[in-house]
Ligand binder design. Structure first.
Ligand code: NDP
Length: 475
């Protein structure tokens, strides 16, 4: 009697995933490099389902039915390679190795190619939802061969989050597609959190107390902004520090950490040449927050308004902040989904963007009501970009007066809103009939003879800027 599926890595994510699998009726082989971790998991949770613990990797592999389905949940990077290298000699043709960690998609492409050459399937599966998601139902983004999904898909779908019975797990595309989509999920998550932070600072500038701010976010969570991150923002703002009696957020050091997926999102966007300025501002906002030397010297040297927001109608302005938050969020989603579309072209992935929105509706950190609308807009038509979709474009049109007012007011008050303003700049750039790039091309041609194209004729042209001023058509 062999086990249905195996999990390697019994830290928090792996053990919760193994328990989730067992709760859904699968028999689960479990292994961890350090055996005591396996024993501890079995001692605590062994009665929850059919677990098959092993202390030797060979015993673990031998305990699995074929094709073997092995999910690796270990530290990303070299530990993942070490685990794969230890497993591979023990496997047989057709076996499926899944990396559920936060791998960089180029690593996944490399690993997939190597294992494919050995007759094995390698699946890079992005898993979002943190430890609770892993246990109760995450959003799962698997990439690899289609064939592997036939054996693996039903198991992954059984443990994923569900919306109206539909699993938050779908085949994404070949090799690194799943991990790429997970990376974009995290990039959007960075942007979402930055926008929430900007809204928070503006509400604070208006003079709202922490409980009042918590109420505002709780109210927003009942409308178009309904999402996990808005919901927990209300809870975090309401939390009082037991030691000092102050709001907890006031005693937390204002230096945001990051583990790399946001940075990868920007690096990949730069390589693809796709604009993601709102997401980039979120990554850079964390960077400046974690630059103590720069901030300490600048605080001594620089002057400006104090961040107090003075408006005639406080409630009306709070509504405008909500509009700015919603519109900026839409732009960040659009930028992330555009990056997926560009990468799909570049890497030959057949990614259905609407299906991506569908599996983000529950289980993952960016789960939000908006995603249902995004899913249906992509299902209804072939979109180049989300912001052109009818219901989205009209929503942005309705929100834009408030959005502009919020950015202008924030700039005057000295409240930094890089996310709101970058998203608004993207909106204005994307809809502009003419961009200042024409002047850029003139300048490039002036100093570097880089040539330009004309609106009225085919071909590349150069002006003799420093001699006779004549225009030459390049051959
Ligand atoms: P950690 O990232 O803390 O990794 C610990 C696990 O990795 C242990 O099982 C450890 O084994 C194993 N490990 C470390 N080095 C090696 C090595 N050289 N060879 C073999 N095994 C090794 O665990 P998490 O559970 O937090 O995360 C697992 C993966 O899931 C990571 O890739 C993470 O990025 C990803 N992830 C995490 C999320 C989260 O919320 N935490 C959310 C989504 C994804 P040992 O006990 O022997 O040291």
């Amino acid at each position: 009697d062999l086990a249905n599926v195996g999990v390697v890595g019994m830290a928090v994510m792996g053990s919760n995933l193994a328990r989730n699998l067992a709760h859904k009726g699968h028999s689960v082989a479990v292994f961890n490099r350090t055996a005591s971790r396996t024993d501890a998991m079995i001692a605590e949770h062994g009665t929850e389902g059919d677990f098959r613990p092993a202390h030797e990797l060979a015993d673990f592999v031998a305990s699995l039915e074929r094709p073997r389905r092995i999910i690796i949940m270990v530290k990303a990077g070299a530990p993942t390679d070490a685990t794969i290298d230890a497993l591979v000699p023990l496997l047989e043709e057709g076996d499926i190795v899944v990396d559920g960690g936060n791998a960089f998609f180029e690593d996944t492409r490399r690993r997939e190619e190597k294992l494919r050459g050995l007759g094995l399937h390698f699946v890079g599966a992005g898993i979002s939802g943190g430890e609770v998601g892993a246990l109760e139902g995450p959003s799962i983004m698997p990439g690899g061969s289609r064939e592997s999904y036939e054996a693996l898909g039903p198991i992954l779908e059984s443990i994923s989050a569900k919306v109206d019975g539909e699993p938050c797990c779908t085949y994404i595309g070949t090799d690194g597609a799943g991990h790429f989509v997970k990376m974009i999920h995290n990039g959007i998550e960075y942007a979402d959190m930055q926008f929430i932070g900007e809204a928070f600072e503006l509400l604070k500038g208006l003079g709202l107390s922490y409980p009042e701010m918590a109420d505002v976010f709780a109210t927003w969570n009942t409308g178009d902004l309904d999402s996990y991150l808005i919901e927990i923002t209300s809870e975090v703002l309401r939390k009082v520090d037991a030691a000092t009696g102050r709001p907890l957020v006031e005693v937390i050091v204002d230096a945001a950490g990051m583990k790399g997926t946001g940075t990868w999102t920007i690096q990949s966007a730069l390589n693809l040449g796709t604009p993601v300025n709102a997401i980039a501002e979120a990554v850079f906002a964390r960077a400046i927050s974690s630059s103590p030397a720069l901030r300490a010297s600048a605080q001594k040297a620089l002057t400006g308004p104090d961040g107090k927001v003075d408006v005639a109608d406080r409630d009306a302005f709070i509504e405008q902040i909500r509009e700015a938050l919603w519109a900026s969020k839409v732009v960040a989603y659009a930028q992330g989904l555009d990056e997926i579309r560009m990468a799909a072209e570049q890497y030959g992935w057949d990614i259905n963007v609407g299906e991506v929105a569908k599996i983000w509706r529950a289980g993952c950190i960016i789960r939000a009501r908006l995603l249902e609308r995004i899913r249906s807009e992509y299902a209804a038509g072939n979109l180049v970009t989300l912001i052109e979709a009818p219901s989205i474009a009209s929503g942005l049109a309705d929100a834009q007066d408030g959005w502009r007012e919020v950015v202008a007011t924030a700039v005057r008050a000295g409240v930094p809103v890089p996310g709101f303003s970058a998203a608004l700049a993207h909106y204005d750039q994307a809809r502009a009939p003419r961009l200042n790039a024409a002047l850029t091309q003139g300048l490039r041609d002036y100093f570097g003879a880089h040539t330009y194209r004309r609106i009225d004729r085919e071909g590349a042209f150069h002006t003799n800027w420093s001699t006779d001023g004549a225009e030459i058509q390049e051959s």
